[in-house]
Design a protein around this ligand. Structure first.
Ligand code: CTP
Ligand code: CA
Length: 222
């Protein structure tokens, strides 16, 4: 099979992409979040759509417009993101590029917490579900290809390979976030598959997305 019904390599395929940060409320006016502009994930959604895939983009709060032809679902918390991903299944391809907050506040205050003479409040945190690990679990809804990201400041290869096996995804995009990635237009990544690693020189997030989408298309062609 060289191409789908409309001649593009991913025509007839469906994809779910997560992007951006999640936001975990502390009270009605405050929250915990991660650094993420969403640029890389949005570019991946756009690149997959350009190759013909039907793409659902599950996005945390970012200041980006949805790529043309991509269905965007807005979410705030990690648990909302997990539910939206499940609702978008079944899908052939899942690319989990979101910077999911690892923890949320246990017992979100219903009213604004006021500064008080007693000092700052203590926050009790609980771990969020791992969306990528859940999606990677064998089962009838598991996408054919599950791609995760690993954002690392040190030991990129060791950390990325550990995540690949711990989470059970098929590929992992190792992202060196030690310098100038957040909000930037460029990115330096290494793609780890079960067959080896492929390091790409620093290039635009659009170019990273095109390369990744092309690799995904090759995978479905094979
Ligand atoms: N991820 C997820 N759900 C979470 C946390 C992470 O789906 N609750 C996904 C991210 O979207 C990414 C991958 O898992 O594709 C790796 O995220 P990362 O933060 O690098 O890894 P963690 O397993 O959370 O480990 P740590 O933050 O301790 O490095
Ligand atoms: Ca994390």
């Amino acid at each position: 099979l060289l191409a789908g019904p409309d001649g593009r390599p991913l025509a007839g395929r469906t994809a779910v992409v997560t992007a951006g940060p999640t936001f975990e409320p502390i009270d009605p006016v405050r929250g915990l979040t991660n650094r993420s502009s969403g640029k890389q994930g949005y570019a991946i959604a756009e690149a997959l759509a350009a190759l013909g895939a039907k793409v659902t983009l599950v996005s945390g709060p970012v200041a980006l417009s949805a790529p043309v032809g991509v269905e965007r679902v807005w979410v705030e918390t990690a648990r909302d993101m997990q539910a939206a991903v499940k609702a978008a299944f079944p899908a052939d391809i899942a690319v989990m590029s979101a910077a999911v907050a690892d923890w949320r506040v246990d017992g979100v205050a219903s009213g604004k917490i006021k500064k008080a003479p007693g000092g700052p409040p203590s926050l009790s945190l609980i771990e969020n579900p791992d969306i990528l690990a859940g999606v990677s679990k064998p089962g009838k809804d598991r996408p054919t290809l599950v791609v995760g990201f690993a954002a690392e400041t040190t030991d990129l290869e060791a950390n990325a390979l550990a995540k690949l096996s711990r989470k059970g995804c098929d590929w992992i995009v190792g992202n060196d976030v030690s310098d100038d990635v957040f909000g930037a237009d460029g990115n330096a990544v290494t793609l780890f598959t079960r067959d080896g690693a492929d390091s790409w020189p620093r290039q635009s997030k659009t170019e990273v997305a095109r390369k990744l989408a092309a690799r995904i298309a090759d995978h479905f062609k094979a």
